[in-house]
Design a protein around this ligand. Structure first.
Ligand code: 13P
Ligand code: SF4
Length: 390
């Protein structure tokens, strides 16, 4: 409940916010890390990229963003015709502030020809100087899609180290940035929790240090962690990301136990967004976050390149008992995969596009029985001579 506010007052304030949002033709979106009160008034609660995509999809003209500055900028990059408001202008991200466009420009001069992959937790100006963006949910697929062996990855060092472990054929050059909330997780506290709750599933965000990730059963983005908890039949979960994700989890599964380290993981910036801020933003239609066009256009290119990379179908294929379908539209290639219980059962690769993309050729290699994931896929592939309509 809002601090110092009686329950009835908070309920009245939430009703007022919802009415005003309708009058203003506004959608309210909140990151999982915001306070529960803000979740309650939001039309959509999600992870950093999901929120910007929701801002783009929603029909409303005004977007009230409850999150941190770079997230509202991403919404402005994706929907320049909408009025994007950041509920609390002081909500910044210390990790995003650990890289400036000037410092990146200087590093690029030292590394001519080396592609730059930038985590979405970065300013629009830094994205504009990057070749492509990634989120914690798609980073391995994006990394694998890049040409060349050396890649500069900014700004999160921990995410880069994790990616390096998953994509060993690339040499990932690090940027010394980190998220204070995730970086300071204490190993002794995690080990103590595991000892006290030996049956608990341990889930960690890849912004944690490698020594913490080594203790985890599941490593994923905020939405990945929530999904894994909801799909698990375990009773107890150790959550190694900002504590805000436990609010939707406890609401959906009150019968389960969600635990965190003794030193709580709190992002003070996310917590700055309050109900009072949301109301004020709707009343005044400020503060507006508008990325200037000369920055927006190159930043959009980096974000769109990321969106054109498919989700990592190998990750998808690795989930037992699930049905997965994945479409790839990357320049002129078009590929569809059907994955059931970790086996690649069908694969349609448009033959016209085959020579043009190494990813497509690699998929074809797997499809023809070289894949450890799909040993039962019959070869030769009928799709190559008879393309299926896509
Ligand atoms: P997600 O992209 O997983 O939502 O993470 C955002 C973030 O700020 C993590 O610290
Ligand atoms: Fe930035 Fe970390 Fe807060 Fe996420 S949790 S917004 S990376 S400081």
């Amino acid at each position: 409940m809002a601090e110092g506010m009686a329950q009835a007052d908070a309920a009245a304030l939430k009703r007022k916010i919802r009415e005003l949002a309708r009058e203003r033709d506004a959608v309210i979106i909140s990151h999982y890390y915001c306070v529960p009160d803000v979740h309650d008034v939001a039309d959509f609660v999600g992870d950093s990229l999901g929120l910007s995509q929701e801002a783009q999809r929603s029909p409303q003209k005004v977007v009230v963003f409850c999150g941190v500055h770079f997230m509202a900028e991403t919404a402005s990059i994706l929907c320049p015709d909408k009025t994007v408001l950041l509920a609390n202008l002081d909500a910044g991200c210390p990790m995003a502030d650990m890289i400036t466009p000037e410092a990146l420009a200087k590093r690029k001069e030292e590394l001519p020809g080396v592609p730059v992959l930038t985590y979405v937790n970065s300013s629009a100006a830094v994205k504009a100087l990057s070749d492509i963006c990634c989120t914690s949910a798609n980073v391995t697929a994006v990394m694998r899609s890049l040409p060349g062996e050396r890649i500069l990855m900014t700004p999160d060092r921990n995410l880069a180290l994790r990616t390096q472990a998953l994509v060993p054929d690339k040499e990932i050059l690090l940027w010394p940035g980190f998220c204070p909330t995730h970086h300071r997780v204490n190993l002794a506290e995690v080990k103590a929790l595991k000892e006290e709750h030996p049956d608990a599933l341990v889930l960690a965000h890849p912004e944690c240090q490698p020594k913490i990730l080594a203790e985890a059963d599941v490593i994923g983005s905020t939405s990945g962690i929530i999904k894994a908890c909801l799909e698990s039949d375990r009773k107890e979960f150790v959550i190694l990301t900002e504590e805000g994700v436990t609010y939707p989890l406890k609401k959906q599964r009150p019968d389960k136990v969600f635990l965190g380290p003794a030193t709580p993981m709190i992002c003070p910036n996310m917590k700055k967004n309050s109900l009072a801020d949301v109301l004020k933003a709707l009343e005044t239609l400020t503060p507006v976050i508008k990325v200037p066009e000369e920055i927006r256009a190159p930043a959009l290119r980096a974000v769109e390149r990321m969106m054109a990379v498919p989700r990592d179908w190998r990750t998808l294929a690795g989930i037992p008992g699930r049905l997965g379908a994945c479409c790839i539209i990357h320049n002129c290639i078009a590929t569809a995969l059907l994955v059931v219980d970790g086996l690649l059962l069908a694969c349609h690769i448009h033959p016209r596009t085959l020579p043009q993309n190494p990813l497509c050729n690699r998929l074809l290699g797997w499809h023809h029985g070289q894949s450890r994931l799909a040993p039962r896929v019959p070869a030769p592939c009928p799709c190559v001579s008879r393309p299926a309509p896509l």
